[in-house]
Design a protein around this ligand. Sequence first.
Ligand code: ASP
Length: 455
Amino acid sequence: MKVCKFGGSSVADAAQIAKVCDIMMADRERKVVVVSAPGKRSKSDVKVTDMLINCAERALGDFDVSRELDAIVARFSSIVSDLGVASSIAEEIAADLRDRVASDKSDPGEYLDRMKAAGEDNSAKVVAAALRARGAAAVYLNPAKAGMLLEGPPGDAVLCDVSYGFLHDSIERALWQPDNPIVVFPGFFGVNRDGKIATFPRGGSDITGAILASAMKAECYENFTDVDAVYAVDPRVVPDVAHGIREMTYREMRELAYAGFGVFHDEAVMPAFRAGIPINIRNTNHPDLPGTWILPSRRVDECRVVGIASDSDFVHIYVEKYMMNREVGFGRRLLQIFEEEGVSFEHMPTGIDNITIILRGSKFPTSIQGRVMQRIKKELQPDQLVCERDHALIMVVGEGMQHTVGTAARATRALAEAGVNIELINQDASEVSIMFGVRESERARAVNVLYHAFF
Ligand code: ASP
């Protein structure tokens, strides 16, 4: 069987939900569908989840929310009426939203999660009704009843491992009914030990889909979105690029996601990755296209580099001390300062007498920079200590590098010919990627020339 997940833009209105129904009904192996809350219908539109968060925050601040609530109810009502399904569904949704708004506010985190979950929960009810209206035997399955048990803070919950068995059995039971039903499951939320609704981080419907694919040991996890494929390079950096990636491995995806590939959140698919389930990213608007496959392994003879990713806002902290290589414990003491300050580091290229610590700017705000620099000066007494912001990292990614000589040469030649100064190079023993550090001002040019060198 296949587990499918449809993102917010795929359930944004009735026309999109009709496409979801067609896709689900076109393949009998598609047995489970996870849905997001209705997303944006146009660039200027607002996602239902954001409307719910705004409404919840106002309600927590004791403001009147009748306008906000009406707008959310109207959004669902128009979908229900455009789909032509029973209007009682719109009434049920309106009542559900009113109940949530009026519910206990003593724990703001729990209240917010209860409100956020309304988007996915009601979206699943609408999709199930739409499927039934087209003659499919669809059943809505409630995550709390199905055993999607979560733990951790509101808005950032994680799955309890015992859930896999519960979810498997609940879905099997739901499928074991006359007419071969499709199970419609809301994404993004579950329930904690106290029976309270809890949500994953934003974008968490991808996590739900990966969990269900793993629980059901699905043949594949089809993740439907609004792009034809994962592109080999960010089209905003290299315009007019139509090169979609046909297949990549989980390791390649992880490397690309690390450096800013936004289509898919690598952590979100961890459950599918652990279970070795292939993921197929596809476009709801062009279901005939093959999309991008993310696989446990792939044949690499034909394509060495699968993608080039880049990300900005890196900080370099350069530490130099004569005879550093003989000073036992220098690296540990340096890293300990970052550990004690709660800052995680990204990379640490070293020379004989120097170390550069590379951090993400967002995790190393200027407010703590002074204190950390003072500590390094005092505790390690370096000869030179420099902190520089506005650096970028570029990752050239491809499993095939292990078997190919000259990938680095090709990349560095392209950069040199374009006059881009490489500040650092890093390739670890796994040889899945080569990382280049460049100045932020040179990032776009560097990515462009690298793209043209490899594709
Ligand atoms: N609706 C939620 C969000 O906007 C979860 C999701 O769509 O995956 O973050």
